[in-house]
Design a binder for this molecule. Structure first.
Ligand code: CDP
Ligand code: MG
Length: 772
């Protein structure tokens, strides 16, 4: 019936807009010449390079017809654009069940709400609860999101819907950015990590009358930990309600976790989506995605395109290629038209404009907001996104999805004690979510750039929960601070694998945050107060002892914001030269400090940033982060001092002392091995250490990232004697030959600790083991 209704609506809209025929736009990057073109012309693909790809796909459902004929999809009226915000709210599926839903909430303490993405869970539930009086008195309605981007964008949207200023009645809070007002905020969107940290200060979450744990199906680490904590809150408060929302998967599991609480289904409003698989595996999925997008753009009826890729570099590369190829096609078609046209009226390019919009979490928020703006008339929108657009963000008007079938996962190797972010095939559940995005506004198409065989035989049924594959040091620290003594007995929905848990505890012991019996030390308490990875927090605490905290504060802040140096692909040499001016040869950490200080000395000016290929916004952000960390240190009554004179060696010693667990020894030029695990890693080509002209014997690194190979990110040269001095438990110094001092790791002691830890905690098995 939905399809019938939809078709009726189409038939009714007699004065439908002709898609390609309005020129000119100033929004975003528009490529191609917007000229007067007949609809028929638009369906011609003038470039052989971009066409002919469709043959590689096979249709798997009967809805494929509109691909050839246009048919249903060509008359897409854009309902949402024409309606006011209030009317849009009423069109959402959740609106139809508003009263029933509120009734179920009144009658229960915990409920699970399930609905297709885009049904209005995230934006409407909070408002319904508000309207039903759950924010009376000084109470708040909290809504957690696994992703920062989603928390911010949804809070903005809801403040618009309610007609209030963002940061007042409706606010958001993400790490290092609090847009709430303690006296006025009633609806608070936040990352799950923020709520988790709030339980440290307020274990029963008294500020909240209701908490919505949104996007629970994502199974993010923090949401999973919150599940267990919520059980404690529910036990201690009678006036508290918990709503868990989820896309269609996992609902039963959530319900069972809270002793079979009711599951409320929001009836879906989705249209059929054709799923087309690639006939052969594709070698370069970015290239294949670009081709497919051009094909759609040049050959298929109106409707926006959404491409799923794995990360920022890929997305930028894809956007660049799309623009470039389209410009080429436009040029070729204009030339062809000019030479062949007997009738000068037809001598125009037949390539309509395409608005190419990247979307990833580190993109500045003003650019992120663009994906929600409708494409100007006569143009088509193509969003190139990470899996942030899979369920957290819903964009209306998408009719075509291109799914490359991959995503980036953070995976922790307990053996190496190292996190790595790597590209893996996504899961079947994720792939189905992705295709679903094409059926929000009308029947759509999803192009899977992998074979049907790969879908059924190479993809996991669902994504492995983060808690089973990631470093748990920060979580362990937090749970220990909440007096959860035996972590193996904590109420996890899915227990983390024991080797990851033990390895994370071991790392905390190395830092001095836990003692030999696994109990939190006073240092551990101090570390848990920083919203930072424990080693970074340790760096701050160590800097107090060593009298260089003002400088280290800057370094830690710079490490907590996205990369500030930018390197545009058309001006690489120029930007590299600009960057080299900031290099402090022994240390990437000191390079960050130097950059920040120079920026400050130049009045924090944004024109200075532009001139030096530095992201001005990133620098501002670092300054805000710095102020917040400084505040925490003041509250801890730490002595905050600057180094005396210009003795930056003290800072290097401080970094060495806090990061000795990341000590690596030189093996070849730019090539290092971890002192105790023997794992290989390389200096990154952008490291300041290349400025030394030789590779220092020993370095400590901030982290290792895995791209084409293992690279150390942010490296500082250290003396072997420092390692022996600061970490005598782990290193002894030997002399090799005449002069060379060599550090030996004391494996035996470490082994001993790990074994005693295992024995202490018993050999209870964790869940499915991943990574390793
Ligand atoms: O949470 P769920 O996936 O069920 O839906 P939602 O995020 O509440 O989205 C409901 C509607 O709000 C969708 O039609 C979105 O397109 C729209 N929305 C928007 O226009 N701008 C935002 N920043 C967020 C949502
Ligand atoms: Mg949502």
């Amino acid at each position: 019936t939905l399809i019938k209704e939809y078709r009726k609506k189409q038939a009714e809209s007699k004065s439908r807009d002709r898609f390609w025929d309005v020129a000119g736009t100033k929004m975003g990057k528009v490529v191609g010449e917007p000229e007067k073109v007949d609809e028929n012309d638009a369906a011609v693909a003038p470039d052989t390079d971009a066409s002919g790809e469709l043959a590689n796909f096979k249709a798997t459902s009967q809805f494929a017809t509109h691909l050839e004929g246009g048919g249903a999809a060509s008359a897409r009226s854009e309902f949402t654009k024409k309606n006011s915000i209030a009317e849009q709210r009423k069109l959402l599926p959740v609106f139809g069940v508003r009263d029933a839903l509120l009734q179920v909430i009144r009658e229960n303490v915990v409920i699970v709400v399930v609905g297709e993405t885009g049904s209005g869970k995230t934006t409407q539930l909070t408002q319904y609860l508000y309207e039903d009086g759950y924010a009376s008195g000084s109470h708040m309605i909290g809504c957690t999101q696994p992703r920062r981007v989603a928390a911010v964008s949804v809070a903005k949207r809801v403040s618009e819907e309610m007609g209030v200023q963002l940061g007042k009645e409706v606010g958001y809070s993400i790490r290092f950015e609090d847009m709430t007002d303690s006296s006025e905020t009633r609806i608070k969107y936040m990352t799950d990590g923020i709520l988790l940290r709030e339980t440290l200060k307020d274990p029963t979450l008294d500020k909240y009358r209701v908490v919505i744990m949104d996007e629970a199906h994502e199974r993010s680490l923090n949401t999973d930990v919150l599940f267990g904590i919520m059980k404690r809150v529910l036990r201690s408060r009678l006036d508290f309600k918990l709503i868990v929302t989820s896309a269609t998967m996992n609902a039963d599991k959530f319900s069972q976790f809270f002793a079979n609480v009711p599951i409320f289904h929001i009836p879906g409003r989705t249209f059929p989506v054709d799923t087309l698989y690639s006939r052969t595996p594709c070698e370069d999925y970015v290239d294949a995605a670009v081709k497919q997008a051009l094909n759609i753009h040049l050959g298929s009826p109106p409707g926006d395109i959404l491409i799923f890729l794995t990360g920022r570099e890929e997305i930028e590369c894809c956007c660049f290629q799309l623009q470039e190829r389209l410009e080429r096609v436009a040029k070729a078609s204009a030339e062809a038209a000019a030479t062949s046209a007997a009738d000068p009226k037809s001598a125009v390019s037949s390539v309509p404009p395409l608005l190419v919009l990247p979307m990833y979490s580190q993109l500045p928020s003003d650019l992120q907001a663009k994906i929600f703006q409708p494409a100007p008339k006569g143009s088509r929108k193509c969003i190139v996104a990470t899996n942030v657009a899979e369920t957290s963000l819903t964009v209306d008007g998408i009719y075509y999805v291109i799914d490359t079938g991959y995503q980036k996962y953070k995976v922790y190797s307990a053996k190496m004690g190292m996190d790595s972010l790597q590209v893996y095939p996504s899961s079947q559940a994720a792939a189905n979510q992705r295709s679903g995005r094409a059926g929000r506004t009308g029947p759509g198409t999803c192009y899977r750039l992998y074979t049907e065989h790969a879908f059924f035989h190479e993809m996991l049924e669902s994504t492995v929960p983060e808690i089973q594959r990631t470093n748990l040091a920060q979580v362990v620290l937090l749970l220990k601070s909440l007096d959860v003594d035996n972590l193996l007995e904590f109420d996890f929905m899915d227990s983390p694998p024991q080797d990851i848990l033990v390895s994370s505890m071991f790392n905390l012991w190395v830092l001095g945050a836990l003692d030999c019996s696994g109990t939190l030390t006073s240092l551990g308490v101090a570390l848990s107060e920083f919203p930072l990875d424990p080693p970074l927090a340790k760096l701050l605490v160590t800097s107090v002892e060593m009298g260089c905290s003002l400088e280290v504060l800057t370094i830690v802040s710079m490490l907590s914001v996205p990369q500030v140096f930018f390197r545009p692909s058309d001006r690489q040499e120029e930007s590299d030269a600009a960057r080299e001016k900031f290099y402090v040869p022994e240390s990437d950490h000191l390079t960050l400090l130097h950059t920040y200080m120079t920026w400050k000395n130049n009045g924090c000016s944004s024109s200075w940033c532009d001139k030096h290929f530095i992201h001005g916004k990133g620098m501002q952000k670092a300054r805000e982060v710095r102020a917040q960390l400084l505040e925490i240190m003041r509250q801890q009554k730490q002595q905050i001092r600057s180094v005396s004179g210009e003795d930056w060696d003290v800072i290097r010693r401080c970094i060495c002392k806090s990061y000795h667990q990341h000590a690596s020894r030189q093996k070849g030029v730019g090539e290092y091995v971890h002192v105790s695990t023997g794992a290989q890693a390389h200096l990154h080509p952008t490291s300041a250490l290349y400025g030394l002209g030789y590779s220092p014997d020993y370095v400590v690194y901030h982290e290792v990232v895995m791209t084409s190979k293992e690279y150390m990110n942010h490296v500082t040269a250290v003396e072997p004697a420092w390692l022996a001095e600061f970490a005598p438990l782990f290193f002894t110094i030997k002399t090799e030959g005449m002069t060379r001092a060599v550090i030996r790791a004391k494996e035996a002691e470490i082994q001993e600790f790990m074994e005693s830890e295992m024995a202490r905690k018993g050999r209870k098995k964790g869940g499915g083991i991943v990574g390793g």
